[in-house]
Write a protein that binds this ligand. Sequence first.
Ligand SMILES: Cc1cc2nc3c(=O)[nH]c(=O)nc-3n(C[C@H](O)[C@H](O)[C@H](O)COP(=O)(O)OP(=O)(O)OC[C@H]3O[C@@H](n4cnc5c(N)ncnc54)[C@H](O)[C@@H]3O)c2cc1C
Length: 222
Amino acid sequence: MANFNRITATLTEKKELAPLIHLITFMLNSPIQFEAGQYITLKIPSGNEIFDRPFSIASPPSENNSFQLLVKLIPGGLASTFFENATIGTSIEVSGPDGAFHIKHTDRSIHLVASSTGIAPFRSIIYDLLKTKNFLLPLELTFIVPPQEGMILKEELDMLKKEHANFSFTVIEDTASFFSLLNEYKDKDFYLCGGQHFVQDINSYLAKKSVDAERIHFEKFA
Ligand SMILES: Cc1cc2nc3c(=O)[nH]c(=O)nc-3n(C[C@H](O)[C@H](O)[C@H](O)COP(=O)(O)OP(=O)(O)OC[C@H]3O[C@@H](n4cnc5c(N)ncnc54)[C@H](O)[C@@H]3O)c2cc1C
C-alpha cells in the first residue's frame, strides 16, 4: 500500500453533525491510497513545535482525492482547537496512512460496534464493503450514542439499510445495553472502535462469551 508521507491537505468543508461533532473534508493535490479502517496523522503546529494527532479516515478509499474526518471536539484540546479555528482553505500537513485496523475476512459475517466518533473508520468500511466490494454477507452495526452527544449520520445509515438488505444497524445509549441485546456470538467477526474503556469492556465481555480472540479486532482512540 503506497504511503502518502507528509502531504498538504486543504480544508474544504466543515459540517456540524451534533454539538461538538464535526464532519470535516480535506482536499489533496494528488490521489492517496489507503485501506478502509486506517488512520492519518495530522501535524498540528503549536508554538515552535509540531504535535501528531491520529484520526481515522471516515470516507471510503474510492474517494481518493480527498478524505473526511469525524471529529469530536475536546474543549481546550490541541487538535480540537485547530479544528475549531480552521476555516475553508486552511491547510495542514498530514502523514500516513497507518494502522492495521481493517476488515480481515470478507468471507465472514461482520458485526461492527462503535462508540461516538468510533464510527469514523466504520463509515469508510461500510461504504467500501457495500459499494465497492459488493459484500453480501450479514453486516451489522451497533452504534453507541451517549444521549448527551446527539445522533449523527442517521440519514446515511437509513439510506444504506434501504439499499442493502444485508446491512442493519442498532442505536443504543450505553455499553450495558449492548450486553443485554447481544444474543448471537458465533460465526461472525467483531470489530470495535471507540475510547479505551469502551473497547476493553466489550472485548472482555466477548472473551467471557467464548468468542475466539482471532474474531475480535479493535481500534482504541486513546
Ligand atoms: C488510531 C486513532 C484514531 C483516532 N481517530 C479519531 C477520530 O476519528 N475522531 C476523533 O474525534 N478522535 C480520534 N482519535 C483521538 C484523537 O487523536 C485525539 O486524541 C482527540 O481528538 C483529542 O485530541 P486533542 O489534541 O484535541 O486533545 P489533547 O490536547 O490531546 O487533550 C486535551 C485533554 O483532553 C483529554 N482527552 C483527549 N482525548 C479525549 C477524549 N476522546 N475524551 C475525553 N478527553 C480526552 C486529554 O487527556 C487531555 O487532558 C483517534 C485516536 C487514535 C489513537
